[in-house]
Write a protein that binds this ligand. Sequence first.
Ligand SMILES: Nc1nc2c(ncn2[C@@H]2O[C@H](COP(=O)(O)OP(=O)(O)O)[C@@H](O)[C@H]2O)c(=O)[nH]1
Ligand SMILES: [Mg+2]
Length: 479
Amino acid sequence: MARIPIVGELPDWLSEAANLTELAKGSTVWLAVTGLSRAGKTVFITSLVHNLLSALHNPNRMPLLKAVGEGRLLAAQLEAARAHTLPRFPYAANIEAMAGTPSVWPEPTADISEIGVDIRFAPTGLVGNLLGRVSGHAATLRLRIVDYPGEWLLDLPLLSQSYAEWSRTTLGLWKRGLRANLARDFFTFAAEHPATETGSEAVAKEAHDLYRALLATARDKHGLSYLQPGRFVRPGVLADAPYLWFAPLEVPDGVDRFAAGSLGALMAERYEVYKREVVEKFYDSYFRNYARQIVLVDVLGALLAGREAFEDTRLATEAILQSFKYGQHNILTRLLGASRVEKVLFAATKADHIPDSQRENMSTLLRHMAALPVLSARGRDADIDVMSLASVASTIEATQVIDGRDVEVVVGRKVGAAKQAKFLSGEVPVRPPRPDEWGAPFLDVPVFEPPLIDPAPVDGIPHINLDLALDYLIGDRLQ
Ligand SMILES: Nc1nc2c(ncn2[C@@H]2O[C@H](COP(=O)(O)OP(=O)(O)O)[C@@H](O)[C@H]2O)c(=O)[nH]1
Ligand SMILES: [Mg+2]
């Protein structure tokens, strides 16, 4: 008779599974994909799904996902459409766009969406032996992938700030550097409307419109990204609910309450509704399920956009990191209770823009941008790792002789260009550059046309490290 293995040898998730029959029927893992707009979420999910669906036909696409590399993948198919609570991620339309002639990048999307892939696989070793008795050796993992705007995570600090505190912090930031220039009109308005004046719907709405226009300009024209509240930038389905009609006001130090009927009181009331109805609800209804998350960061884009934009991306990345830290008296711990994010990968995207030798630099830079831990931290916080990847490799590597030296370049076709060209990237810095080191742009980052793609899930899409990323995120669930 076979000996019953000790429970200590089982992977964590299995000891939590109800029983083996349950496991054979399938378990579910949520993978949330987030990042600031244009970081590459849509392209990442589209390529990931396409490569998973293609992996059976072309295992060479995803060898570093161990279930594929070890030949244990048995099937992967899109989950049948059912009554989803979230809008469905437009995978088919995106693939069609990228496989067209000319090939185009998918349309940007602004709201949360999801898509499911059912993965059938042969489990390894111990689990496989146990499972073999109930199911003939196959297990199913349902991977539910969710795309949500990283901007929403920038709202976490609001939960521990009163309206007065938030106003002071926010306007303090807008008084510095480039931001001060952009915010001039808003400050003129704020000076004319102290928090103590009689509350007026019209003034509140005007303040809101001005502030929201300021956020849009900062993002679209200057590449800034540390912008709060997140829903003013990425409203999703909320669009223009009246409780959103608030904005920060000049609130003197020491003041925390406002007289009934004042403009400050009206703003504070809406701010509190926003926190409760939008921010808390997002964490409570959605975020708590997302045990595995990947945060995409366009490190190269931020470097190119210059010092202030880079510093803003750094601030935003650091703020996003806070959603994965669970201190003892942390607001998030109170909100989420026992549900915890287990693994987070911070990934520098679009690594196909630079030669292989620079990619390590790019992940190191990302690590330093947000003081990300060097090793995954065991314990209270989520396990965190950092890497660089390209969801859709749109270039190939080559060398070019310059001044008698071999220099690595990438070869690709810029969108709209007639033919391919070689691109030299220069050295990616491993630390955020010092203020005096900015000046000439570090890198010349073009928008490359995606490669030729077969819309049928057979050949897959060339990528860099997509399989490695997925193995880090869900590999333990495919053992
Ligand atoms: N070369 C290259 N470009 C990419 C890659 N991923 C994203 N991009 C570019 O970045 C743009 C924004 O990506 P998208 O996924 O729409 O960003 P989202 O706003 O985070 O969903 C795309 O239209 C592409 O031009 C990649 O892996 N390689
Ligand atoms: Mg998108």
